[in-house]
Design a protein around this ligand. Sequence first.
Ligand code: PHE
Ligand code: NA
Length: 454
Amino acid sequence: MASKRGSWKTRYGFYLLAIGSACGLGNLWRFPYVVGENGGGAFILLYGLLALAIGAPLLIAELMLGKGTRRSVIVATQQMSAKTGVNFRWVGRLAVMVSIVVLSYYSVISGWVLHFLTQFLVSLFSSPEQLTDKTNLAALMSNGWLQLMLASAHILITVVVVVKGVQQGLERWIGYTMPLFAVLVIILVMRSFSLPSTPEVLRFLFYPDFSKLSWDSINHALGHVFFTLSVGFGTMVTFGSYMREEDHVPTAGFRVTIVDTVISLVAVVMIFPVAFQASNVPLTDPALMFEVLPKYLLGIRGGTLFGLAFFACLYMAALNASIGLLEVVVSNWVDAKKEMERGKATWYSGAIALMLTVLPALSSSIFKDIRVGGRSLIENLDSLLINWLLPLVALGILIAFNRGVSDKEKELGFVDKDKFVSYSMYPHWMFVLKWAGPVVIIVGLLLQVIGVFV
Ligand code: PHE
Ligand code: NA
């Protein structure tokens, strides 16, 4: 089994997978509006702190669990159960369930990206007026069938890539589009920095006003840390199982965390000046990025071509992250049920995701009157998954790792004689695993519960 699973010949392959899975819509689409929702600077500070102090250590734990067991999360947690006599099976199962539900809802947003990609493509050949029209996003939002079609198309593309087994080639290819994406984003940052709203934006983003934090801010930050780092899904357990013996897990975990965090920061710096300029757009709107960017791009010279390239790159990133999600569901399925064939498991998973996508896809149209707590279906699904379930699953994986892996094994995996940093950080990592991590997650959940009632 371990040999069939294989591992990467080069370190490069692992980083493409791990960074490809981490960097996606979470950074460009979700982070900005969550920052808007939670009042800016103070939240960004809290977020950065939690990403480094809790996110990175847990990411390292997940990778190490995979590298140590050479299995996916369901079988890995089964092994931990057998070893300790404590039932951790539910953790792995819940992680995979969360993954497939997240895939279904991630597909809706990927569908929005597809929509703007095709719109920019079309307006290359016709007049850009149709895009400048502000109703464009509104039109997409109110058209449930279009959203459902786009989401289904995205799921189909993802399934076909995974079934054909071409993802290694594709991932490499996607890896090459990322430098282009970086250049586009840097140009956009420079452009939006020249907008008159910039001073106000910098104040909003980097001058912390702690009175803006609320009861659920810790969990909003923590949930997003897990989502954006792909922690608590079992994804990183699977990727860890592909690592080579000589790869140093802590270094990898920190690199992925830093890259992902930098990209999120760049994303807010890019989007907020434009959003402040368009003063009619609420910063808390989940469609924030889609609301402000296309319109802004069309207003600048060469914007149509730029927008096309931008949304094409963004789609590649979204596809890459989706492939990771689906692959993990499939690898767990095949690992747990030996008689299951890989291709079949992929189609079945795709079919389940397709069924699940109906609800979020129709959330802003047919189901728009179904509101719980003043929020739409998709917003509630997002909150349930990311603010409640992810911290819980992450905590479960953390405890399984703590109990099932001996301290000697942890030390062997963490400390590398040649890497001084790893040696000096080892006590901190252990402290987070045993104390700080569980305490912060539990306190965050409790505060969130209080927030529901006050
Ligand atoms: N981390 C991805 C993002 O930020 C989302 C994701 C989560 C992808 C889990 C794969 C697995 O967009
Ligand atoms: Na991310």
